[in-house]
Design a protein around this ligand. Sequence first.
Ligand SMILES: Nc1ncnc2c1ncn2[C@@H]1O[C@H](COP(=O)(O)OP(=O)(O)OP(=O)(O)O)[C@@H](O)[C@H]1O
Ligand code: SF4
Ligand SMILES: [Mg+2]
Length: 286
Amino acid sequence: MDPDRRTTEAPLFGDPPNPIDPPSGCRFHTRCKFAAPVCSATAPVLAEIGPAHRVACLMACRTRGIRRLGRGRMSGTSAPTPIVDVENLTVDFHGGPKPLRAVAGVDLTLRPGEVLALLGESGSGKSVTLRALMRLLPERRAVIGGNVTVDGHDVRALSRRDLTAYRGRTIAMIFQEPGLALDPVYRVGDQITEAVIRHEGISRSAARDRALKLFERVRIPSAAKRLDNYAHEMSGGMRQRAMIALALACRPRCCSPTSRPPRSTPPCRSRCCCCCANCSASSALR
Ligand SMILES: Nc1ncnc2c1ncn2[C@@H]1O[C@H](COP(=O)(O)OP(=O)(O)OP(=O)(O)O)[C@@H](O)[C@H]1O
Ligand code: SF4
Ligand SMILES: [Mg+2]
């Protein structure tokens, strides 16, 4: 919570708040060891309590002095235009007995060259946030609110046709489960080659060459041979790397891993990177 006073991590025990019927006030008050009576009555707002340090916590704001943020930005920067600009993102799932609010008012900004880590306990909405950026949520059941702009695209307004180009060229996702990204009935190298041809219209041999270079870059051993593997012929670690190669194949402006990449993965060279990890994993990104 407070980096000046923190000596060890302050884990929250117990289950995450029920998103269908969350606790009143601060969602954490039933489990937070710093909770005061006011925490069950008042929901904290995001506030800046130090340089590049924002919190949504009533106690932190009391002890350090509040400056409420009008918009989710750090002050005093003349930074380049953001690639990802999200304001008050909400995601509600309908279809159950009551709507489920999976994401409640997320603001985030990501500029070229930046890496952003989304940390939170299991079920706190990290993957849903990134899926909203990709428009990969079930259209009928998931209602996205707020403003989501990625590389100048108003993501909520993209047509189906625009979405195809948007996913892959503008933003790419590295899924938590390789099975979601890799097709079991096509050779992995062919999947990467096809993606590059479809998005960039370059020749098959140039696309295959790019796939090979990517396999080498993510350090898949015997890269040329492995291009002809099906996903089930690879080890778990290789599948994860192949997935990263697939995500980077079309040189997206922004890349979103939905879990911490394997330690040995080389740095991602897309223009910016938005990652998420469980806070129980002691490090964010190494
Ligand atoms: N398609 C869906 N329909 C209904 N609820 C969903 C759907 N997808 C996710 N949820 C719910 O949204 C909430 C946030 O889920 P999300 O997958 O974003 O969690 P997470 O922070 O990525 O967790 P983890 O660290 O375990 O991956 C959870 O309560 C989950 O059950
Ligand atoms: S407002 Fe801060 S101190 Fe109060 S319950 Fe929430 S996290 Fe804990
Ligand atoms: Mg997740």
